[in-house]
Every structure is written in C-alpha cells, then in structure tokens.
Design a protein around this ligand. Structure first.
Ligand code: HEC
Ligand code: HEC
Length: 478
C-alpha cells in the first residue's frame, strides 16, 4: 500500500464522518423542531382540565409564536378588537393562552383545544362585577366558528408573509438564529398550508346559518373528514348548544349527547377529542382520562343569587308532577330518548345525525382509542337538570333565552334575542338577552333561521302564573 493510498483512504473516512455528523444533526434538528413531544403537566386537576392537553396539538395545533401575533398581523378580521378576547375566550392571570387553549410542545410550542374550550363559561351577577369562571358550564360566550374562520382567513391573507410574521414574532421574542431560520423557512409555510387546508375542510360553514357563540355543529365536521359532499349533497345543520359536564357519574347509565346517540361515556369523550383535533394516533390517553375523572364528580355551580326557599318548596310538587318523570334522577324516562314527534323541538340537529354517519364513525380507531357505539336515535334526550340555571339559553339549539320563556307557549317565547352576554337575569332566569349591553356583547339570535326554531317542549306552559313562579324558584336550586 502506498502512502498516497493511505491518505486517500483517510480522506474517505473523514468525508464519511462528516456526512454522518451532518445527517445526525439534520435528524436531530427535525426531531427537535417537528416531532419532540413534551406533554404538559398541571398539578391540579382543575388546571389540567382548563389548560391540559389530550393531544390535539400534533396535527392541528397552531405554533404559539404565530398564533400569538395573528390578530395584529391580520388586524381588522376579528370583530371589534385585534385580540382573541373578541371571540369570547376566557383569559386568566398567569397564563399565556386562554382557558381551553392548551400549549403543548410538539417540536415547537403549539396551541390546541381541549374539553374546557367548549365546557367552561363565565357568569356575572351585575354589569361591572368580576366574572366568575364556571368549570363544566357551556362556553356560551365563545364563538368557535369565528375562531376557525379567523385562522383560515388570516392564513390566506396577503399580510400572512414570512417577513411580516417574523418581524412581529421577533418584536416579542428573542429567537436564536437557527430557530428564526426554522420558523421562516419551515414552520410558517407549513402553518399556512395546514390552516388553508383546514379552511377548505370547513368550507361548508358558508352554506349554513352561522352558529354564533356557545354552539357548534357537532356532526358535519366528521362528515367533512369522511368526504361527504356537504355543499351540494347533505345540507343538514347539526348545530348544537354546548352541554354541561358536571356530575358525569350520575349519567354513566344514560344515553349521552342531545339526541342520545352514544351510551359509552369514555368513548363519546374520545369522539369529542377527535372532533377537536386529536387523532387515534395522537390521543393522549392519560391526559383525557384525567379530564374525564375530574368531571365525574364535579358539582354543578350554586345559584349565585338568593333563593326563596318557601316558594321553592311550593314548586317541588309541581316539578314532581310535570317534569320529574323525564328529568329527575329517579324519573322513569331520564337518560332515555323521547321521540322527535313527542318533544316537537327543532329537528335539524336530530336529522343531521344519520345511520350512515354513525356507521362511519364506528370504524374510527382500534382497541382503547376505538369508537364503536354511535347510533341514530329516535329523538332528543331526557336529561338531568342539575345546575339548570347555568345552562341558559335552553334546549339543544340554545333557542330559548330563559326558563321564564321556556314555560311560555312557543308563540310567546322571544323570537329574537342576543346570546353571549354573561350578565345574569335572576328574574327570568337566564342571561340578559335584550337591551343595549346584551346587543353590544352578544350575537343576534333569530329563531326563524333554520336550525334555530324555538318550538316544542310545551311542558308546564299551561300552568298558572304563581305555579310557574314556584316551579322556577325550585329549578334554581337543582
Ligand atoms: C368543540 C367544542 C367541544 C369540545 C372541545 C368538547 N365538547 Fe363535549 N360537547 C360539546 C357539544 C356541542 C355537546 C353536545 C353534542 C351534541 O349532542 O350535538 C357536547 C356534549 C358532551 C357530553 C354529553 C353530555 C350529556 O349530558 O349528554 C359529554 C360527556 C362531553 N361533551 C364531554 C366532553 C369531554 C370530556 C371533552 C374533552 C375530551 C369534550 N366534551 C370536548 C362540545 C364540545
Ligand atoms: C316527556 C318528557 C319531558 C317532560 C315531561 C319535561 N321535559 Fe324538559 N326536556 C325534555 C327533552 C327531551 C328535552 C330536550 C329537548 C331539546 O333540547 O330539544 C328537555 C329539555 C329541557 C330543558 C333544557 C335543558 C338545557 O340544558 O337546555 C329544560 C330547562 C327543561 N327541559 C325543563 C323542563 C321542565 C321545567 C319540565 C316540567 C314543567 C319539563 N322539562 C318537562 C323532556 C321532558
């Protein structure tokens, strides 16, 4: 072997080493910025419920640094102010993101959704008072449809460029050179693409009435994922009010969801997680199980005003006679479904669930992450009424603003009102839904719009005025 052959051999070894080192760095960089998963841990179960993750951030989380500056870069798209508070998100001190917008690092910190996005709301007893955050209550102020629309519109806005975004990001954060390059060349283009794709997936929004705050179409997102034609084919409206999540243990043997379409609690929770952006592969089982455990024995909030106990006591026998069979924990029909013909409320949400959709959804996942128990039911659920004061507006489509309205024959119920204002009205028992403040803060809800019908559920509507007052007083303490 000559000297020159040895040095050539050495050179090849050297080049080989450099290639290996570069490849490892590249792999490491890819893992670091794209796949590295750092689950979040909150010591308290309630914090975990409000800010924890069930794994929606992998495919559908928006990189936090981009999410944070989108309202200002896309100034003017959000209603009123360039902040997520304009959409009804609840911000608490000491957190970078609002309730229901968990931050989890998947490569980079990403913002997802969790159960609290739709299942935590606020109440104020008077204008000017501090809002009370009620965990488990429907997020009646949150306009989730507008949030999804905003993300898509901003991603496709001409201002959504790497230059604009990087300038806004670097104004708020000190990024290393590598991180800055990765954002500019990798994360920003990927985010733009993912959000545009999401916008496409939700293009059927524009072919249905707006949901407004506190409601979401719970069925058509799945149909879109399965490739149903939601524009020229299926025109159904699956809009439903957010339900409440307390005392889940008491409901373990009940059918769940407004139309009682599933009787496996843990499975229907996983379906909610899939609806909110998790996938069978990304689902964080311990994360979702901890949320599930938290709501098993979560108590409903106490009525925040005084209750006339004597009047309430007079309401009890009226409740027993006219309501208990369907709504009390020992009621013979509670937890089962009442036929659509009998209940007579708006049928759009009921019709949006189909046997075909149930069959498709029942193929999702395998083993512990599988969905197998959805069905097409015959009507709407006879549900427990615990914490009923905090469920306003009432019925599955949130079409009746107060309990006083619900006990009126349908033709006397409010036909137009404003949803999403959090000041409570103890006289009619529901949120203040008319007048200048409600109009300013709220969404104009028109009951003549398809899916918003306020008819049906005529129980108790023919009672005398004093009997209604007593019944309402009793309902406040449930
Ligand atoms: C995008 C908003 C949203 C998210 C996120 C969400 N839910 Fe819901 N949830 C709803 C709506 C809307 C309903 C009513 C569904 C229907 O019948 O159409 C509901 C219904 C329920 C019910 C049925 C309650 C009953 O009394 O029948 C349970 C239980 C529930 N959700 C649990 C969860 C859990 C647990 C999570 C987190 C894993 C979660 N939800 C995430 C919106 C949401
Ligand atoms: C025959 C069964 C039945 C009887 C009797 C009945 N309800 Fe209901 N109730 C239902 C069903 C089913 C729904 C869901 C309908 C819907 O959302 O479209 C419902 C919904 C409600 C809601 C809305 C709950 C929410 O979370 O928005 C309230 C409040 C309510 N009922 C109160 C009463 C009162 C008060 C009485 C007695 C005067 C009564 N109901 C009698 C079956 C019944």
């Amino acid at each position: 072997m000559s000297i020159s052959m040895i040095s050539r051999h050495r050179m090849w070894v050297f080049i080989g080493l450099i290639i290996v080192v570069l490849a490892s760095l590249l792999f490491y960089g890819y893992w670091y910025y794209v796949e590295r998963d750092v689950p979040i841990h909150h010591a308290s179960d309630e914090e975990h419920f409000k800010y924890g993750s069930f794994g929606a951030e992998f495919d559908n989380g928006v990189p936090y640094l981009i999410w944070q500056i989108m309202p200002e870069v896309c100034s003017g798209i959000l209603p009123g102010k360039d902040s997520y508070t304009a959409l009804g998100f609840i911000y608490e001190e000491g957190h970078e993101t609002p309730v229901g917008a968990p931050l989890r690092t998947v490569g980079v910190p990403r913002v997802g959704l969790n159960c609290a996005t739709c299942h935590t709301g606020t109440v104020r007893v008077k204008p000017g008072e501090k809002a009370q955050v009620v965990v488990g209550m429907g997020a009646h102020e949150l306009n989730l449809q507008q949030y999804i629309r905003f993300l898509g519109a901003c991603a496709e806005d001409p201002r959504f460029t790497a230059d604009n975004l990087m300038a806004a990001i670097e104004e708020k954060n000190d990024l290393s050179l590598i991180t800055s390059l990765v954002y500019r060349h990798l994360i920003i283009p990927a985010t733009k693409k993912a959000l545009s794709k999401q916008r496409q997936l939700y293009s059927w929004f524009d072919h249905r009435p707006d949901t407004g705050p506190g409601r979401v179409d719970t069925l058509n997102p799945y149909k879109a994922l399965f490739g149903f034609d939601l524009i020229d084919g299926d025109k159904s409206i699956g809009t439903a009010d957010f339900m409440v999540l307390w005392n889940q243990a008491a409901r373990a043997k009940h059918w769940a969801n407004w139309d009682g379409n599933n009787n496996d609690v843990s499975e229907r929770n996983k379906a909610a997680a899939y609806g909110a952006g998790a996938t069978p592969e990304s689902l964080d089982l311990p994360g979702i199980e901890r949320m599930e455990e938290f709501v098993r024995n979560l108590a409903p909030p106490a009525y925040p005003f005084s209750i006339d106990r004597e009047l309430a006591a007079r309401g009890e026998p009226i409740y027993e006679k006219y309501c208990a069979m369907c709504h009390a924990s020992d009621g013979i029909w509670v937890g089962s479904v009442l036929s659509i013909a009998e209940i007579g409320t708006d049928r759009h949400r009921f019709d949006a669930q189909t046997a075909e959709l149930a069959a498709r959804v029942n193929t999702i996942g395998e083993g512990p992450v599988a969905i197998r128990h959805f069905r097409k039911s015959e009507g709407y659920l006879n549900m427990l009424l615990d914490g009923v004061w905090a469920r306003a507006p009432y019925l599955h489509n949130g079409s009746v603003p107060t309990l006083a309205d619900l006990l009126e024959p349908p033709e006397n119920r409010a036909t137009v009102f404003y949803r999403g204002y959090n000041v409570y009205d103890p006289d009619r028992v529901g949120f203040v839904s008319s007048g200048p403040e409600a109009e300013k803060a709220g969404f104009r809800f028109d009951t003549t719009v398809p899916g918003n019908g306020n008819g049906g559920h005529v129980y108790g509507t023919r009672l005398a005025a004093q009997a209604k007052a007593a019944l309402i007083e009793y309902l406040k303490q449930l």
